[in-house]
Design a binder for this molecule. Structure first.
Ligand code: AMP
Ligand code: ZN
Length: 117
């Protein structure tokens, strides 16, 4: 069923506390933890506790939960005192998505270029 935990999903396991992560924030519906392979001084992933394969599926199934994720990206930026930061939802393999549990990357603490690679 949409949103149900998936046995083979790494981020479901992190959300359930079965795989360790450096968790910096948690709400009833979301978890924020530091990326294991940071691409910037701040590189935090914000995930819904419920499983959706990507941001598009999340937004279609539960727009309020998608809004929770966006609200948490700002809380992460505040926690790391970022004035400028980038929010990325890689969606699909061609865009670089490797973990198929929706997540926002919050990147900051260095200059950013546009367009991204
Ligand atoms: P994406 O490529 O957009 O799907 O992002 C997946 C992200 O998850 C990558 O930036 C990985 O470095 C990160 N990642 C993979 N495994 C872990 C883990 N165990 N803990 C924290 N971050 C992870
Ligand atoms: Zn999952």
């Amino acid at each position: 069923m949409a949103g149900e935990p998936q046995d083979d999903c790494l981020f479901c396991k992190i959300a359930e506390g079965h795989v360790p992560a450096t968790i910096i924030r948690e709400t009833d519906t979301t978890v924020a933890f530091r990326d294991i392979n940071p691409q910037a001084p701040t590189h935090v992933l914000v995930i819904p506790k419920a499983h959706y394969r990507d941001a598009a599926a999340l937004a279609a199934a539960d727009p309020a939960l998608a809004a929770d994720i966006l609200r948490e990206t700002k809380a992460v930026a505040d926690e790391d005192k970022l004035e400028s930061y980038r929010i990325v939802f890689n969606t699909g393999t061609g865009a670089g998505q490797t973990v198929f549990h929706a997540h926002a990357h919050v990147l900051g603490g260095r200059g950013m270029q546009w367009p991204p690679g």
